[in-house]
Design a binder for this molecule. Structure first.
Ligand SMILES: [Zn+2]
Length: 74
């Protein structure tokens, strides 16, 4: 009878340890947060949409590349 009780205790301890580990793994495998949406602007020369951070500022507006800024302002 003592042996049976010991077996039950071991089984319960193993189950608790396993479910704790599974919860840890599930917590660690959360997907990374998505980046915040960026403001999009359109090129004053060709109209292509680009993130505002990548836009090149010119006298008459924002451009997708230096070539378009040069072409529009020369
Ligand atoms: Zn352009």
């Amino acid at each position: 009878m003592k042996f049976l009780l010991l077996l039950v205790v071991i089984f319960v301890a193993a189950w608790a340890w396993r479910s704790g580990r599974l919860a840890d793994v599930a917590h660690k495998q959360k997907p990374p947060p998505t980046p915040p949406p960026q403001d999009m602007v359109s090129c004053a020369q060709c109209g292509v949409h680009i993130p505002q951070a990548d836009a090149i500022a010119g006298r008459d507006g924002l451009y997708c590349c230096a070539e378009h800024r040069q072409r529009a302002e020369s």
